[in-house]
Structures are given as C-alpha cells and as structure tokens.
Design a protein around this ligand. Structure first.
Ligand code: ATP
Length: 215
C-alpha cells in the first residue's frame, strides 16, 4: 500500500518553500499523494489574516499541474478549531488502519510539536517526516524540548520504506529555500515584487483580489 502525505499549514499565502517541501518529501518517501490541508482556525497561533476561502483557492491554483498533489478543505469547512489530531483521526477512519500516513512538517513546526493539542497521540495516527529548513532552530544540535527529544530517540528511523502505518519519525533534508509567508506579505504590503517566491497563478490571484495590500 503506497503511503500518503498530509501537509497542513496556514498557507497565507502558499509559496515555493511549501511546494518544494511537498515535492521532495513525496519523492523521498514514494508518496502516492500529498494532501494539502489549509488550516481554518489554527489553535496554536494567531488567526490567519486572510479568509480561508482565499487561502484554499491559492493552494488549489498552485497545485493544478501536479497530479500527485491534492487539496483537502476539511479544516476550512470545520466550525471548531482545527486540531491536527482531529484531522488525522478523521483521515484514519476514512483510509483504515493499514494505510501508511506521513505528516509533513517543517523543522520549526516539529520543534513546536509539544505545544500541539494531544501531541503524543499524533504518533499513533501517522508517521512524521521533518523537512529541515534553513532557519530551523537546532534539530541537528539536539536543541529540542526534552520530551520531544525523547520521542525522537525512540522513533527515529533512517529508511521510510521500512516503516508501518504510523509511529516513525524521519528527518529529511530539503533544498534550503529561505522563503516565508510573513516576508511575502510584508513585501506585498510595501508594493514590492514577490515574483519567483511563489507561483505566478497565486500572485495573479493575490493582485486580482487585492490581498496583502496593508501591513
Ligand atoms: P508564516 O510566515 O505566516 O508563519 P510559513 O511560510 O512559515 O508562514 P506555514 O503555512 O506556517 O508557512 O507553514 C506550513 C508548513 O510549511 C510548516 O510545517 C512550516 O515549517 C513549513 N514551511 C514553511 N516555509 C518553509 C520553507 N521555506 N522551507 C521549508 N518548510 C517551510
């Protein structure tokens, strides 16, 4: 059974850092699909400034040419806070217990995992692949919260193909792309060019709907 990737984020807006992460993790792990799941109301950070309908549409437009990428609107459509544990539980119920699932995380997101709702439960629901990111604080140096370091030491594997449906963690290098949505929003608010940081189709949509015009 070919594994499936799950990639959550605010995607405010989606950019080449996100897309390249998904592409490289999919290739490295032989994922048959990566599901991009834009967050509705992220519980562990401030509410995204851009309406979910726009963030969802930008994701949709950025992945059209990639048959392996799909968008999943479930968190945006949910009235309650979007906890990843709930999303993965729902996916498990749909896909069954045998389906290998990989949660795709940037290194900064992984370092913050102990702050997530029922975070240890995530290991029962999916494997986790951590894409190391240029500005990531200290995965390599072991500079992680103690409880996460312990989980990592028990769960880390080197080879994704030997893993089961859930419970393993892999650290996988990716091409360093120092792009952030925060900086793209600031660039656009100054009316500077954000071209080549994100797909043209997304930039066209941003201009069409006059998103990110204010800091
Ligand atoms: P913001 O600047 O608004 O915080 P962001 O660019 O970090 O946004 P998110 O939507 O918060 O984007 O990120 C979703 C996921 O993508 C997270 O797991 C994050 O670590 C990862 N990610 C974001 N940008 C990059 C990048 N340039 N390289 C690798 N991973 C990234």
């Amino acid at each position: 059974m070919q594994p499936i990737g799950v990639f959550g984020g605010t995607f405010d807006p989606i950019h080449f850092g996100h897309l390249r992460l998904a592409e490289e993790m999919a290739e490295g792990l032989g994922l048959s699909q990566v599901r991009f799941i834009p967050a509705g109301q992220p519980p562990h950070r401030g509410a995204p400034r851009t309406a979910a309908v726009h963030r969802l549409e930008m994701v949709r437009r950025s992945i059209t040419s990639n048959p392996r990428f799909a968008v999943d609107a479930r968190e945006v459509e949910r009235p309650n806070p979007s906890y990843t544990v709930d999303t993965l539980t729902a996916l498990r119920a749909e896909l069954g217990n045998e389906q290998p699932l990989w949660l795709l995380l940037g290194a900064d997101a992984f370092a913050g995992l102990p702050g997530w709702h029922q975070w240890r439960q995530l290991f029962a629901l999916a494997n986790i692949v951590v894409a190391t990111r240029p500005d990531a604080a200290g995965i390599q140096t072991g500079n992680l919260p103690e409880e996460l370091k312990q989980e990592l030491s028990q769960r880390q594997v080197q080879n994704g193909s030997a893993t089961g449906p859930a419970g393993a963690v892999i650290l996988q290098n990716m091409t360093a792309l120092d792009i952030s949505a925060t900086r793209i929003r600031a660039t656009l608010a100054r009316q500077n060019s954000a071209r080549y940081l994100l797909p043209d189709a997304v930039l066209d949509y941003i201009h069409q709907h006059q998103l990110y015009t204010h800091p």
